[in-house]
Ligand binder design. Structure first.
Ligand code: GRF
Length: 205
């Protein structure tokens, strides 16, 4: 079966990026990573890409008049690398190009460390811990112009009742993220997700 061509967008540590690479090597994820795109050239994710001979493209905010212009360039990069699915993995920016969002509608995905719509935003694990949640988890969703707001593809609950602080919560959720993201990317290579309103359904080829 043909591998799905993906771009990973990351701004930081890159542990999800690394997990996808490893799961591809193990045959658990039928994908090929055509490029890593980052807005932080010193992000650890860049080192992971280099180590694995994955091309890196840097979006340098200073080179563009606006965020929309930068993301129009991102759109060009995605076409240049023949990307079929755009995978956000710790990418800390919203996508501002209307052309890109339109062309890649329902082909851009993000992973978020909470059960959305609870705890959107950058401090999801701390927010769930501070709230006293016993269960949190992860959400994989389509990306639209909003913050963690697109239709939900997949969710997994994680028991955080025994976690002593927000860092333990993050780590526990991350372990599930590292398997779940590859699993969903794999499904994209073997079928289609369709979206009706907020409801996402999957059909195998
Ligand atoms: C993960 O917790 C992910 O859910 C969130 O950002 C974090 C990225 O971590 N979107 P990493 O860079 O993949 O290690």
């Amino acid at each position: 079966m043909k591998k799905i061509s993906i771009a990973v967008l990351a701004s930081g540590r890159g542990s999800n990026f690394n997990a996808i690479i490893e799961n591809i090597k193990k045959g658990k994820c039928n994908a090929q990573i055509n490029v890593l795109i980052t807005n932080k050239i010193d992000a650890p994710a860049v080192e992971i890409a280099k180590k694995n001979f994955i091309p890196v493209e840097f979006l340098d905010k200073k080179k563009f008049k606006s965020r929309e212009e930068m993301d129009d360039h991102l759109f060009e990069l995605l076409k240049k690398y023949s990307v079929e699915l755009v995978v956000l993995a710790g990418y800390m920016l919203l996508i501002k190009s209307k052309k890109l969002l339109e062309f890649y509608k329902n082909r851009i995905i993000n992973i978020h460390p909470s059960l959305l719509p609870s705890f959107a935003g950058e401090t999801a694990q701390k927010d769930a811990f501070d709230y006293g949640c016993k269960i949190s988890g992860l959400t994989i969703h389509f990306v639209d112009e909003g913050l963690d707001s697109g239709p939900i593809i997949y969710q997994e609950a994680v028991d955080i009742s025994n976690c002593s602080d927000e860092f333990v919560v993050s780590q526990k959720i991350l372990e599930s993220e590292h398997q779940a993201y590859s699993y969903i990317i794999d499904l994209f290579s073997k079928g289609t997700f369709s979206v009706s309103g907020r409801k996402v359904t999957y059909k195998k080829y």
